[in-house]
Write a protein that binds this ligand. Structure first.
Ligand code: PRP
Length: 175
């Protein structure tokens, strides 16, 4: 185990099982609707998106988007900025935003607003993790893998200073 990891919060097996369940509900909800456009939010979602996309049993298209939060020292202002857009139009398409984590909710709120203005046929969101107690804006997450407490977590796409992203589990950082 990485020396900075205090303990494993969600094991590799637990993640695999939950991703399988999420993929089954999404596949059921979107069946007969045409392809779903999965928009992975970089960088954190890349592993979750890869696993989720491969377990879906419906037609799907993969896109990526990148955003950045403005930071002042250790705190985030809540303002979000687009760094990289999706490649194709989403007009009249069924879109599912795929996030690794919803924390304050500002990132997802920004993305839902921005993508909705492009008139998709439908727009929903899926996050592997959600820290409900950290919410600063009211944002709906349609599919949630795990509700977690306010701890600093890494692994399965999430990082601490770009480290730990490829850990196969979600671990809690020792503080
Ligand atoms: C993380 C995560 C979400 C966002 C959630 O990204 O991937 O996109 O923060 O936080 P919020 O709900 O408070 O807006 P981060 O900015 O750490 O970038 P990364 O995905 O490239 O690591």
């Amino acid at each position: 185990m990485d020396e900075k990891i205090d303990r494993i919060l969600i094991s590799e097996d637990e993640i695999r099982d939950r991703v399988e369940q999420l993929a089954a509900s999404i596949s059921q909800d979107y069946q007969d609707r045409g392809p779903v456009v999965l928009i992975g939010v970089l960088k954190g979602s890349f592993i979750f998106l890869a696993d989720l996309a491969r377990r879906l049993t419906i037609p799907r298209v993969v896109e990526f988007i990148a955003v950045s939060s403005y930071e002042h020292g250790d705190t985030r202002s809540g303002a979000v900025r687009l760094i990289m857009d999706v490649r194709d139009s989403i007009e009249d398409k069924h879109v599912l935003i795929v996030e690794d984590i919803v924390d304050s909710g500002h990132t997802l709120h920004y993305l839902l607003d921005m993508l909705q203005s492009r008139r998709p046929a439908s727009l929903k969101s899926c996050a592997l993790l959600r820290k409900a107690e950290r919410a600063e804006v009211d944002v709906t997450v349609d599919y949630v893998g795990f509700e977690i407490a306010d701890e600093w977590v890494v692994g399965y796409g999430l990082d601490y200073s770009e480290r730990g992203r490829t850990l196969p589990y979600i671990g809690v950082i020792a503080t």
